[in-house]
Design a protein around this ligand. Structure first.
Ligand code: CA
Ligand code: CA
Length: 299
């Protein structure tokens, strides 16, 4: 720390005082030394000692001079890495001067407090999903175009602008990311993206009176033979075959899902709907009726 040294005047011999200035024993010159300690204690935290052409800081008992040569560090007794209070976030190392110095694992840097460790982009991309920029207080994450930053500041969320946000059908951008939805007749799967047809027939037979057939996005009701589907497309109603003309030659009796023909006395039924003119011997077996036009169904 050289300060301005002025050649003042020749001095007579060794150890001669030059009016409060110091005499150089080599050159027999009076040197004008600046007392740096006069101003602000030379910047020393504890003790400032002026020297020829310079000065030095010293520390009180129990302290040692830090690397900046001005401040003093307390030489804590028992302050070692064995002491739990060393405060190092990652690695603790003991210094030759009797203190501890913290270090960080790879990818981390020591923060301003000299104890905490800050993640850097060099390690695991700073925890960022997409882009990472190192800043004073740690990494700052960014997202690729068409993605938005999650509130965690690290994860990047899809938007509907990319691949429909991964949604099967309808995609909507929200503050928490994309929100997929499905049209009527479909349910959103657990992945939150896929739409799957609802099998309406699984529940209450789809509301169908008789048959329910699942279709993609909907379902169809149908009725057993002899019934017709009503306009509500679910209910089945018996067809009154007797309301049609000439269903039976003589008498028509309607039944749910079917009908029956009977013949007048003296006539025999044949072909389910016709009545023959002469009663055959075997016709008595039928007693003029009892032949029910029965339709069989497979359910
Ligand atoms: Ca369906
Ligand atoms: Ca009927």
């Amino acid at each position: 720390e050289g300060r301005l040294i002025f050649l003042w005047r020749l001095c007579g011999g060794l150890n001669v005082r030059c009016h409060s200035r110091t005499c150089s024993t080599d050159l027999f010159l009076c040197l004008a030394d600046t007392d740096e300690c006069m101003f602000n204690n030379g910047g020393c935290q504890h003790v400032c000692v002026n020297t020829v052409g310079s000065y030095e800081c010293r520390c009180k008992e129990g302290f040692f001079l830090s690397d900046n040569q001005h401040t003093c560090i307390h030489r804590s007794e028992g302050m070692s890495c064995m002491n739990k209070d060393h405060g190092c976030a990652h690695i603790c190392r003991e210094t030759p001067k009797g203190g501890v110095a913290c270090e960080c694992r790879p990818g981390f840097e020591l923060s301003k407090n000299q104890r905490s460790c800050i993640l850097t982009c060099n390690h695991g991309n700073g925890g960022c999903q997409h882009t990472c920029d190192d800043a004073d207080n740690g990494p700052i994450c960014g997202c690729h175009p068409k993605y938005i930053m999650h509130t965690d500041g690290k994860t990047c969320l899809e938007t509907c602008a990319v691949n429909n946000g991964g949604c099967d059908r309808t995609c909507k951008d929200t503050s928490t990311g994309v929100h997929c939805s499905c049209p009527v007749g479909f349910t959103l799967q657990f992945d939150g993206k896929t739409c799957k047809d609802i099998d309406e027939c699984q529940s209450n037979n789809g509301g169908c009176d008789h048959f329910c057939k699942n279709t993609v996005g909907s379902f169809d009701c149908s009725c057993r033979k002899g019934f017709k589907l009503l306009t509500d497309e679910k209910s089945c109603q018996d067809i009154d075959e007797c309301s049609f003309e000439r269903t039976c030659d003589h008498t028509c009796i309607n039944h749910p899902g079917t009908f029956e023909c009977t013949c007048n006395k003296g006539y025999a039924l044949y072909g389910f709907t016709h009545c023959g003119g002469e009663v055959q011997k075997c016709a008595t077996l039928y007693a003029g009726r009892v032949l029910v036009f029965t339709l069989t169904w497979k359910l």
